[in-house]
Design a protein around this ligand. Structure first.
Ligand code: UFG
Length: 319
């Protein structure tokens, strides 16, 4: 298939673009490099540097079989402080992308949605029919986009899939997580192991969880990429399918830090810090719908995620 990958110079986008090239697809990456890296675009993909709102239309006019839409701003805290960046950069820009898709008759869309659509869950594991009550503009914007996509599928025949990621981690070869502002737990802990940070702050040890630290559902970025390929194959016209992407198993912050200690052999000093505003205690996906309907089963463990992210961190430090 000829595929447009927006945000293909970012973490999740570049890993997906690499998988798609490896699978033999013709891949065009569109990225404005606001947070991505030109050298993260995989060999074999054509790279177009440009703004989503302006560049997607002229590109789609060439004729594409589908769009995988990763381009987005993704910092929850920033979305609270500067919501305008999220409504414009995520929601308005995706509306323009949807209009370009409609105008040029692009048949398929796979969208990077998020567990943040659900907000504070009433029960875990979280199923796709759970209430959607996002607690920040990042999640609210992604949910607004999911709502727009449903209406385009219904009205205009689009074959669409939204994948609601839980906590993505790990690396794929030379493609991995390298954010200028790092907020995610595993890369932060590995920065301590590699000596570029002194210690990790664990945000709260008084949560209602077995060891008092927050529990999350971590998913390897390679498993995530495999889900995107299945979504592309299984997308049906006039249908918007929504799937949670998680393993169905939770790990606490303490357990993640311990896994990082075991894999790196580093002591990794960790200090308990105040809770971070907006963090739910426990987020675990129900992985049932993705298993039943996509035939997707994640196969990589937390140790695989930490091991691959650690290899990536050390290789970048040596580069
Ligand atoms: N944490 C720490 N110390 C840190 C960083 C994180 O203790 O220095 C904790 C957080 O409090 C949380 C867990 O580690 O309990 C995971 O935090 P991340 O920031 O890595 O991930 P989040 O669960 O906050 O966020 C993820 C995605 C978001 C998405 C959100 C949905 O990264 O994009 O899930 O809830 F919005």
């Amino acid at each position: 298939m000829k595929l447009l990958v927006t945000g293909g110079a970012g973490y999740v986008g570049s890993v997906n673009a690499a998988h798609l090239v490896e699978a033999g697809h013709e891949v065009v990456v569109l990225d404005d490099l606001s947070t991505g890296h030109a050298d993260a675009v995989p060999e074999g993909a054509r790279f177009v540097q440009g703004e989503l709102s302006e560049a997607a239309g002229p590109l789609l006019a060439e004729g594409f079989d589908g769009v995988l839409h990763f381009a987005a701003k993704s910092l929850v805290g920033e979305s609270v402080a500067k919501p305008e960046l999220y409504w414009n950069g995520n929601v308005v820009a995706t509306f323009r992308l949807l209009e370009a898709i409609r105008e040029h008759g692009t048949p398929r869309l796979v969208f990077s949605s998020t567990a943040a659509c659900y907000g504070e869950p009433e029960e875990v594991p979280i199923r796709e029919d759970a209430p959607t009550r996002p607690t920040n503009p990042y999640g609210a914007g992604k949910l607004a986009i999911d709502t727009m996509i449903t209406s385009y599928a219904n009205a205009h025949g689009l074959a669409a899939v939204s994948l609601r990621y839980f906590n993505v981690a790990g690396a794929h070869g030379r493609f991995g997580e390298r954010h200028a502002v790092e907020t995610h737990l595993i890369p932060i802990v590995l920065q301590v192991a590699s000596g570029s940070r002194e210690s990790v702050a664990m945000y709260g040890d008084d949560w209602p969880t077995p060891d008092g630290t927050c529990v999350r559902d971590y998913i390897h970025v390679d498993d995530l990429a495999e889900a995107h390929q299945l979504a592309l194959q299984k997308a049906e016209p006039s249908t918007h399918a929504i799937y949670n992407l998680g393993s169905g198993t939770g790990y606490s912050v303490q357990q993640v830090v311990e896994a990082c200690r075991a894999i790196t052999g580093h002591a990794i000093p960790a200090a308990v810090a105040p809770r971070r505003a907006g963090d739910p205690a426990v987020l675990i996906a129900s992985a049932e719908r993705a298993a039943d309907q996509l035939g997707w089963k994640p196969s990589r463990s937390l140790q695989d995620m930490v091991g691959d992210a650690w290899r990536f961190t050390r290789e970048r430090a040596q580069a």
